[in-house]
Design a protein around this ligand. Structure first.
Ligand SMILES: CC(C)(COP(=O)(O)OP(=O)(O)OC[C@H]1O[C@@H](n2cnc3c(N)ncnc32)[C@H](O)[C@@H]1OP(=O)(O)O)[C@@H](O)C(=O)NCCC(=O)NCCS
Length: 163
């Protein structure tokens, strides 16, 4: 497998991230997206807000040094959550699983949570391969689908030795 790594987000990454996140098929898969994933102005506002927030750690995922996606940790209501998104050209060969492994190694806080559309089988597989397991289901509005759908909440618990 190619070498997967995480690096800090850079100004020059914005175009690639927008292109990736505005892909209609990818947005439909992720489901819980911006109201209009194709709105560049709204994306730029969202990006600036997250980059200015010290509770958000956003990384670019690289595969052999090239842009392959994003992985991030952020805080919602005191819960630490993770998320990831892999560009179409880099999918299907373990990049997301490797990126999540690196992200959770860099995030000291436990438990870590993730929220995924119940039908996003690839994302569920990536999380479960990294030790997350389902704790709850909810009905939530999914902007990219324009309707409420089932959402799975997963947790990566503390290990027995507390790490
Ligand atoms: C979900 C996503 C991150 C997966 O990225 P990826 O690099 O292709 O993932 P990996 O190759 O590491 O692993 C994918 C796993 O899903 C499995 N998978 C893929 N499609 C599947 C499907 N339709 N049904 C069941 N399993 C599936 C693969 O077999 C693999 O599991 P394995 O490692 O046990 O074989 C990518 O499709 C993506 O970014 N999609 C758009 C945004 C998104 O949905 N992000 C997640 C939001 S929580």
């Amino acid at each position: 497998m190619a070498h997967v790594d995480l690096r800090p987000f850079d100004d020059d990454d914005a175009d690639a991230v927008f292109e990736m996140m505005s892909d209609p098929d990818a947005a439909a898969q992720a489901a819980f997206t911006a109201d209009d994933p194709g709105d560049r102005d709204a994306f730029d506002v969202w990006l600036e807000r997250h980059r200015a927030d010290d509770r958000v750690r956003m990384f670019v995922v690289t595969e052999d040094g090239g842009f392959a996606g994003t992985a991030a940790a952020f805080t919602v209501d005191d819960d630490r959550e993770v998320t990831f998104w892999i560009a179409r050209h880099a999918r299907g060969r373990g990049v997301a699983s490797a990126a999540l492994r690196l992200l959770i190694a860099r995030e000291a806080e436990r438990p870590l949570y993730a929220r995924v559309a119940a039908d996003n089988a690839a994302s569920l597989a990536v999380l479960q391969a990294n030790g997350f397991s389902e704790i709850e289901r909810a009905r939530s509005f999914a902007p990219a689908r324009g309707t409420e759908i089932d959402e799975v909440i997963l947790v990566l618990p503390p290990t027995l030795d507390g790490i």
